[in-house]
Design a protein around this ligand. Structure first.
Ligand code: IPM
Ligand code: MG
Length: 358
């Protein structure tokens, strides 16, 4: 098969880690007799420098005609002082919205080989945890009306949270379906003691739970959830939550694995009958280490594996890549971020080792 993949390398370490994943995919294709056509498009700060826009029209068009999209990361100090609409991050929201990617899957799994990297105590981690955060990605406060007003205390800024029944239902269904394929346990996280959007969210989730009697369903307030994640992460399996709560909780969940440089993510959805997808590492552009060849490429490589499985239905290729990553870790190879002590290898060397093990 020939697969057309759009590459959005972006900023900071984005180009290095996407290039690593491209090498891994290239060798995988060779092995299975398939072919990838890669086309790079500008996004984020790199796009601002070149075109004045964080998300040029050609980028959106290119992604819409590709079979899937692999993204590195966007943002950096250089563009930090631009106004809201011109910031590199705006491109992320824009591409998610343009491709209708409302389901964001962010796994937070503890790799046994990297146990010592987790900041949590042994008695809390036990034999490990494996949480899947399902974050709503194209609605809520990140996309609501915003602006400035003259209010009771003078000049004020505002952002609004808004969720329709349709948006809650479709992300809820996606989460219940995922729960059915895992351990049939789902926790919905909201702030229904305060927010109207959360009360609607909770009502719809309860209605859906009746359609999935096999799923052990619960709900939790977000402040409690933030605490429970560090107190007892093993109580969670699948979590479903709104855009902003998912943004915050997924950073927390990834940090407790101790290996944010290992975690992949996928954003799925579509517009009309068209299915689109985008895969990216959970971590950001890490401008402080950009260009030094010390980033961990594994999250991006595993994102590419996720693409093989979920968008191309190629579990064979996905397993091949995932096994190579497992083997490289078993052999003791570490990049700086996951190296508790001793020797670490560079991004390019980690990539070569993984390619050799495919
Ligand atoms: C993420 C990031 C983005 C988000 C930012 C950079 C717009 O934090 O993917 O989690 O908030 O969604
Ligand atoms: Mg975030």
């Amino acid at each position: 098969m020939i697969y057309n993949i759009a590459l959005l390398k972006g900023d900071g370490i984005g180009p290095e880690i996407v290039d690593s994943a491209v090498k891994v995919l290239g060798k995988t294709a060779e092995k299975f007799g398939d072919k990838f056509n890669f086309t790079s498009y500008l996004i984020g700060g790199a796009a601002i420098d070149e075109t004045g826009q964080p998300l040029p029209k050609e980028t959106v068009e290119g992604c819409l005609k590709s079979d899937s999209v692999l993204l590195g990361a966007v943002g950096g100090y250089k563009w930090d002082n631009l106004s809201g609409d011109k910031r590199p991050e705006k491109a992320l929201l824009g591409i998610r919205s343009a491709l209708g990617l409302y389901t964001n899957l962010r796994p937070a799994k503890l790799y046994p080989a990297l146990r010592s990297a987790s900041p949590l105590k042994d008695e809390i981690v036990g034999d490990g945890f494996d949480i899947m955060i399902v974050r709503e990605l194209t609605g809520g406060i990140y996309f609501g009306d915003r602006g400035y007003n003259d209010g009771k205390f003078g000049r004020e800024a505002f952002d609004t949270e808004r969720y329709s029944i349709m948006e809650i239902e479709r992300i809820g269904k996606a989460a219940f379906e995922i729960a059915m394929k895992r351990n049939k346990k789902l926790c919905s996280i909201d702030k229904a003691n305060v927010l109207e959007t959360s009360r609607l969210w909770r009502k719809i989730m309860h209605e859906l739970s009746e359609q999935y009697p096999e799923v052990e369903y619960s709900d939790m307030f977000v402040d409690n959830a933030a605490m429970q994640l560090v107190r007892n992460p093993r109580q969670f399996d699948v979590i479903v939550t709104s855009n902003m709560f998912g943004d915050i909780l997924s950073d927390e969940a990834s940090q407790i694995t101790g290996s944010i440089g290992m975690l992949a993510s996928s954003s799925l959805g579509g517009v009309g009958d068209n299915k689109y997808s985008l895969y990216e590492p959970i971590h950001g552009s890490a401008p402080d280490i950009a260009g030094k060849d010390i980033a961990n490429p594994i999250a991006t490589i595993l994102s590419a594996a996720m693409m093989m499985r979920y968008s191309f239905d190629r579990a064979d290729m996905a397993e091949c890549i995932e096994n190579a990553v497992d083997k490289v870790l078993e052999k003791g190879y570490r990049t700086a971020d996951i190296c508790a002590d001793g020797e670490y290898i560079k991004c390019s060397e980690m990539t070569e080792r993984i390619v050799e093990l495919l």
